[in-house]
Design a binder for this molecule. Structure first.
Ligand SMILES: Nc1ncnc2c1ncn2[C@@H]1O[C@H](COP(=O)(O)OP(=O)(O)OP(=O)(O)O)[C@@H](O)[C@H]1O
Ligand SMILES: [Mg+2]
Length: 339
């Protein structure tokens, strides 16, 4: 049992993913553990290449064939690693569903949006009549905020704007009211106003269907308004994990502090640009430095420690863990809660 939170819905334990290649093994994901409770929103944050999409692909059973997986993924009491493909196929869409990162190209251009939503419903439920299916598709388009669904349902994807296509994809992925929705960077390609609307739609759906939401993003600002808990990933491992308030106010890992410093300031004149960038680059999985993988970019790294010993995840507060030699425990408040 790890010190990661216990998830009644999902419990990922010691998840590792290795790709075999001619040049040797690539340990893309290393010992990732976290849990999700029913109805919870979890933000998964990290720079490009940190392992966010691989984590979601492992949960969905959609890793490429050359990936070697170990650890455990328990979902609704069932072990998914090693489960039959037919069992996973049955869970996908019905119990868990992903809005994938390349969502804007995921719609089929030769079928109408309505036909694709209807197909998403029919995969798991072929009983409804054509009339019922169409009504359900209209209700879904309405739920995701498409204006005048009856005049839009027979449109082709190219007749939709980027934001509307994203809404249509969300409609498809929530068509069967899954217990877990994974949204992999659902707002990256959209402008700031539409981003906010899409996040609103996800929150509304979650409230209505009581589903759990795993929101993957490179932007800590996005998780601030949506997530209950946050997992911060760096170079294929978890760097920090905490309730959202603790993550922002009791930040324990220098990498998380760096991500926070990258956020555009509310009082900045141009909010599209931030003043800070974490120096350097995340190492590739085949070329990680000794010691802490973050030490070459860390402004507080201690020579002789951080460049030598790989830190373990340590508990710094209730439900708050960080993989840093220098992380200090924050003290409980007088009322018993962590401050
Ligand atoms: N099929 C593969 N073969 C080899 N390495 C892979 C494969 N897929 C992913 N990786 C490696 O695994 C690491 C994590 O990739 P992943 O796609 O999970 O990153 P991510 O955090 O989702 O990044 P982004 O924000 O760019 O989407 C990367 O270093 C990537 O190069
Ligand atoms: Mg990704």
């Amino acid at each position: 049992m790890s010190i990661a939170s216990d998830g009644a819905l999902l419990q990922v334990e010691g998840l590792s993913v290795t790709f075999r290649s001619r040049d040797g093994d690539i340990n893309a994901l290393r010992d990732v553990s976290f849990g999700m409770a029913a109805g919870e929103s979890l933000g998964v944050v990290g720079e490009s290449g940190s392992g966010k999409s691989l984590t979601s692909a492992a949960i969905m059973g959609l890793l490429p064939a050359n990936a070697v997986v170990s650890g455990s993924i328990r979902f609704m009491g069932r072990e998914l690693l090693g489960a039959k493909e037919s069992e996973l196929r049955d869970l996908r869409g019905r119990r868990m569903s992903i809005i994938s990162q390349n969502a804007l190209t995921a719609l089929n251009p030769v079928h109408t949006v309505g036909a694709q939503i209807i197909e998403a419903i029919r995969v798991h439920d072929d009983r409804p009549s054509r009339r019922e299916l169409r009504d359900r598709a209209l209700a879904l388009l309405d739920l995701v905020g498409i204006p005048q669904p009856s005049s839009r349902i027979d449109n082709y994807p190219h007749e939709f704007s980027g934001g509307m296509r994203q809404r249509a994809l969300i409609a498809m992925s929530v068509a069967n009211e899954p217990d877990l929705i994974i949204a992999d960077e659902p707002t990256t390609a959209l402008d700031v106003t539409v981003q906010a609307q899409i996040l609103d739609v996800l929150a509304r759906i979650q409230e209505r269907t009581r589903s759990s939401l795993m929101l993957i993003t490179h932007d800590l600002g996005v998780v601030a308004g949506v997530a209950d808990r946050v997992v911060v990933m760096y170079s294929g491992s978890i760097a920090e994990q905490a309730d959202v308030d603790d993550l922002f106010h009791q930040t324990a890992h220098p990498y998380t502090r760096g991500l926070l410093a990258c956020l555009p300031r509310l009082d900045a004149r141009d909010r599209s640009t931030s003043l800070y960038r974490i120096p350097g680059f995340q190492p590739s999985p085949s070329d990680r430095p000794d010691g802490c993988t973050f030490h070459p970019r860390c402004d507080v790294a201690k020579p002789g420690l951080c460049d030598v010993d790989a830190p373990l995840l340590i508990e710094v507060g209730a439900g708050h863990i960080a993989r840093c030699h220098l992380a200090v425990r924050h003290h409980p408040r007088p009322d018993g809660s962590d401050q």
